[in-house]
Write a protein that binds this ligand. Sequence first.
Ligand code: GRF
Length: 209
Amino acid sequence: MLKVAVLVSGGGTNLQAIIDGIENGSITNAKIDVVISNNKNAYALERAKKHDIEAVALSPKDFETRDLFNEALYNELVDRKIDLIVLAGCLVVIPEKIIHEFENRIINIHPSLIPSFCGTGYYGLKVHEKALARGVKVSGATVHFVNEIADGGPIIIQKAVEVQDDDTPEILQKRVMEQAEWKILPQAIDLIANDKIEIIDHLVRTKKK
Ligand code: GRF
């Protein structure tokens, strides 16, 4: 059984999609061990508690230095013997020590079709603002492994979503979440939990039976 830590910062609708996936059986062989938020007021923490999942608030603001925060986050994950870290709307930059310790065991959901509209500075509504400003007709979401390059790790799943002429960033964000993010993040976890994929030369491939 894959022991998962979900790292969040906000509303937690992607977390909810994972919880629902585990409860309805579309994700198998995985269990959420803990939900960790850098924001103690994040509604995601309430969602965890409602489903009897341990909810931990760990904020850089509560530590004298960033290094001490990074160390606390590292210890929390290592002490729990976490198998997979899922960044589900997590705004904290993951320290290198965690990226190395959990190599190929951290995944992130990004609200565009990588390599478009990604990298440093592309988060939240900004991603959709840039997509609309460029006039793309299709956007979507990507689940990828996390390495030291922002949004640069191997891509696991992508799903496209149509852009409409009168979209606002908020409308597009909602459509991308509903039609793409909430579907592909649970799917990616299920693939990993059931040992269905592997990374070969930086690319994710379906394992041959
Ligand atoms: C999502 O758009 C996700 O792609 C991005 O942050 C947002 C999180 O939303 N990384 P929620 O907290 O899961 O509702």
